[in-house]
Design a protein around this ligand. Structure first.
Ligand code: SF4
Length: 220
């Protein structure tokens, strides 16, 4: 019979596994400055990182910093990003965010999540990514992959991204929260896929609630 794990045991084993087998991981978005990361993360909403990485080199060549983006024309930005999802709205978000940074934050990207959320196109998830990756804060941006994976594994039963975020950050040791964001996101993207999770190839199956339930049903 399969052993059942408490929530604390599950967290401990899974964090230990990722520390040992994945170590430090970071975003797959390509960027060379805080400004570029902010633009790339705004573009990545409901779009793949790979697709975003195909448009950003030309975008950043044309608009290399926050001030050049703040004085950009929406239509010109649209032409450079039209292959990503929702290019019309995102062209406005990029330009309007840059304008807000210049007008309200002296041209510097703000550090606090509440301030970041004042930028057009920046919700809590995007603000958490910037706070974590740029400013090294222990933040857990919960996207669709992390929401699914955390609930499947049994790390959270929260029914909103905010509840999952709170549960993950309260259980994962602070020093690993930034890495854990990338561990869970990449695990969801490449292993614990939405339609067909690759459980037989998964290193954390032993402690996974979904795997424990489905394998014991199969054994019955
Ligand atoms: S065992 Fe399966 S469901 Fe559980 S984390 Fe791994 S891939 Fe996902």
């Amino acid at each position: 019979m399969k052993r059942k794990y408490t929530i604390n045991e599950r967290y401990k084993h899974i964090v230990d596994w990722f520390v040992e087998n994945r170590g430090h991981q970071t975003t797959e978005l390509k960027y060379a400055s805080d400004f570029e990361l902010l633009m790339a993360v705004i573009l990545s909403a409901q779009c793949t990182d790979k697709r975003v990485n195909t448009v950003t080199p030309k975008l950043f060549e044309r608009y290399p910093d926050v001030r050049s983006m703040a004085s950009a024309d929406y239509g010109d930005v649209f032409k450079l990003i039209q292959s990503v999802s929702y290019p019309n709205s995102k062209a406005r978000y990029l330009v309007d965010s840059a304008r807000t940074i210049v007008q309200c934050f002296g041209g510097r990207i703000p550090e606090r999540v509440e301030e970041l959320q004042q930028l057009p196109g920046v919700g809590r998830k995007t603000a958490n990514v910037i706070a974590s990756v740029v400013f090294g804060q222990p933040r857990m941006p919960v996207d669709t992959h992390i929401f699914r994976v955390a609930r499947r594994i049994g790390l959270s039963d929260g029914n909103t991204p905010l509840k999952v975020e709170i549960e993950l950050t309260s259980h994962i040791p602070t020093e690993y929260i930034a890495d854990a964001h990338h561990w869970l996101l990449l695990h969801g993207r490449y292993v614990c896929k939405a339609r067909t999770p690759l459980c037989t190839e998964c290193g954390i199956a032993e402690w996974c609630q979904y795997f424990g339930e489905t394998s014991s049903k199969t054994a019955e």
